[in-house]
Ligand binder design. Structure first.
Ligand code: NCD
Length: 295
């Protein structure tokens, strides 16, 4: 039994195994989840993550239950722990969990008979999104080793950034983070460079990952205003000119136009944002396939 709670659960060879399965799933499918059940338990809103997990599981022939948390027993006062214990007793092969609180998927994985996949927990991690992002970069550049990747935006609250920093570093990319000082974590892994000035930070960059301001996770005011933030940190065509001419723009979505990114940048030919969404299905098929060999 294996879970995917954090990027730290994976060795480099696991990542390459998932990538090679995803290559296969780009044009083929298997029935590796035939007769198996997947419960998507989402305590937070989601568009692309929930639908791509559901489609990936269906393509692999699983029975898929999307748990509408707003209609569940949680609304009758049941705790998250009791809800998870209840679902464990039904024994699905997989439970995919998204939660606003960090640590819920980890808690669910303790003594679980189901394989738990973290679909984003609070500000902590979002390992499957990082796998999509690294796979997208690999499809464009061939190899991540030595690439300069800038992660720009609300790094402090971004589970996508935290998983990406781990995964990109594991695969040999050089990572820099760009944000106002209030939105950068105090501690970052060795080798990750911190910048507060976008124009300096984007020099010689191959990949720019833009992040949303995660107001829903902010306990106090971290920026003067959205307009002020956009002026200094929003990625527009002028700022993009500082990066390499071949640089690509990524964003895990949802995009807030004219807050962290201009429409011109989000929609221009440097943008691979919809490619990331396209790869979300084969990568999630690959993750189910990889984990099911340990069930
Ligand atoms: C992200 C998330 O939920 O962490 N979105 C996603 O899963 N694609 C990023 C965000 O909400 O800003």
């Amino acid at each position: 039994m294996r879970h995917l709670i954090t990027i730290s659960d994976l060795q480099k060879q696991d990542v390459y195994a998932i990538f090679s399965k995803a290559e296969y799933y780009l044009t083929n499918s298997t029935e590796c989840l035939y007769n198996k059940s997947v419960i998507n338990l989402f305590f937070e809103t989601s568009t692309r993550t929930l639908t791509s997990f559901a489609i990936a599981a269906q393509k692999l022939r699983a029975s898929v239950i999307n748990m509408p948390v707003q209609f569940s027993a949680l609304k009758k006062g049941e705790s998250i722990a009791d809800t998870i214990a209840t679902l464990h007793s039904i024994s699905p092969e997989f439970i995919v969990i998204r939660s606003g609180n960090s640590g819920i998927p980890f808690m669910a994985a303790q003594e679980s008979r189901s394989s738990i996949i973290n679909a984003g927990d609070g500000c902590n991690e979002h390992p499957t999104q990082a796998l999509i992002d690294a796979f997208t970069i690999k499809s464009l550049f061939g190899d991540l080793n030595g690439l300069e990747v800038a992660i720009c935006g609300d790094v402090l609250h971004s589970r996508v950034a935290h998983s990406n920093i781990k995964l990109l570093t594991l695969l040999g990319a050089r990572v820099r983070v760009i944000a106002p000082p209030t939105l950068l974590p105090q501690h970052l892994p060795d080798g990750v460079k911190k910048y507060n000035n976008v124009l300096d930070a984007l020099k010689n960059v191959d990949v720019i990952m833009v992040l949303r301001l995660q107001y829903e996770r902010m306990k106090k005011s971290y920026v003067a205003s959205s307009a002020e933030y956009y002026k200094c940190y929003g990625i527009d065509v002028t700022k993009l000119e500082c990066a390499k001419g071949s640089a690509v723009i990524m964003h895990p979505g949802p995009i807030n136009r004219d807050i962290e990114i201009s429409s011109e940048v989000a929609d221009n030919n440097h943008s691979v944002i919809l490619k990331q969404v396209k790869f979300s299905v084969p990568i999630r098929q690959a993750i189910f396939d990889f984990l099911s060999s340990f069930v």
